[in-house]
Design a protein around this ligand. Sequence first.
Ligand SMILES: [Zn+2]
Length: 423
Amino acid sequence: MGVDPGDGKTNFDDDDYLGGYRIFAERNRPEGTKDQAGDPIDQPHTNIKVQVSITPIMPEGYSTTVHLKVFDPDYYVDGGPAHTPQDGDPNDQTAGTYNPGDNFGGLGMTPATAQLTFEEDEWQHSAMFLIDGPYAGNNFLVGANPRLSVLNNYAFMPDGKNLYFMEQGQQVIVDPPFRTDNWLTVWRTLWMELDDMVAPDPVADGPFDGAGVGNDDVILDPGVAPIDLTKNSMHWALIEVEALPGEYNVKDATPNDGTGTVEFVHNLTAQISSTKSGPVRDVASEPAFWVIHTIGAYEERTETVGDNKGGDWDPNWEANSWLGWAYQYGADGSNFIFYETIRDRQLNDPLPNPPTPVDVDTLTERVVFHEALHRFLGPHGGDPDTGVADGVMVYDTAMYGTPEANELTPRQIRIINQKEYPK
Ligand SMILES: [Zn+2]
C-alpha cells in the first residue's frame, strides 16, 4: 500500500476492525483543491496494490505464475442485538448465510482476476486493483494460488467469511495471510458543512415580546448544529462524520458580525430557503466527497399553507411545527435546524407523551441526525422500505423517546450502505 504522490496519504487503516482493514475510498479534499504549487491534491483513493510474496525465492532456471481472484464476503455474519458489531447485516439480508454477491450491485473491485509471473531469483510482485464500487461497507478478499484450478474452487463457508477449497475429499480452510489477504472494507467520510444564522436585531427583527401563549419568540442566537449523535450513530454504517474544516467552509453572508454566517430570517419559508443557504454554501456533495450542509436557524414561518405545512409552535401547541427541515431532497439542498421551535416544544409541549425527559441539547442532536438521514433516505410519507419510517425518522414517538429508539436501524444501515452519496 504505497503513499499517494498527490496528497501523501494512503487512506488505508490497518487497525483491525471486525477482522479486516479499512480503506477510505474517496477524496480527502473537495474536488478541484490544489496545493500551493498548483498541483491537484483531490485524488480519489481507490487504487489498491496487492503484494504477493513467494517462499523460497524462485530457483535458477524456473518460473511460476500466481493467480489472483477477488472474492466478495458477506459483511456481518450473524444478525445480532442492536449495538453489537453483528447488528446491521448490510451485505446479507439473511443472517448467518452466505449470499453470493451483496447489496452493492456487483463485486465493486476490478479487475476480478489477475496473474503475476515470478522469474528466477524473484520472490515479490504486486497487482493493481481499482475500487469502482466505493460504497460504505463494501468489502473484498483477494485469493491467490499458483494453481488456477484450485483458486477457482475457493468458495465461502456458510458464514460468508472464510474461504475453503476441497483437496483429496478434505475441506481445507484458506487462512489469511497465506493464499488470501485480510478483509478490506470500504469506509466513507461524511463532511458536515456547518453554518448558522446571525443573532436577530431586537427591534428590526422582532417583535420578541413573548406575545401569544407562554413566552413565544424570545431573543435567541441560533447555534452551530451539534453533530455528536450523528457521528456516533453513522459509525454503525461504517461512516465517519466530521465537521467540514474551516479552510473549506469560508463563505459568510454577514461578515464581521461575529454571531453567524447566514442572514437572519425570523420566519423562514421553503421558497426563500435557498436564497439564504446559497450565499454560504461552499462545497457541493458528490460521490467521491460527501457533504451535508446544515444551518442553525431560528424558526419556520408561522402559518400553515396547504400540503406544505410550515409552523413554528407559536402560539404554543400549534400542529405541524418544524424542528428542522431538509429542503430540496435529492438535489443537495440545505438542512435547517430551528432552534427557537426546538426550545418552544421542549419547554412547552405536553405531547407526545415522552417516555423520558428530553433536554434541548439532546433534542437538537436528534433533529440534526434526523435531517441528515433525509439526504440518504428521502422524504417522509414514502415507502416504509426506504427506512424513513424507522428510528429517529419517526417524528413524535422516537425523537422524544429513548436513546435506543433513535439509533440507526439495521434496515437504515443497509439502505445507507447502498447510497452513492447523500444529496
Ligand atoms: Zn423529517
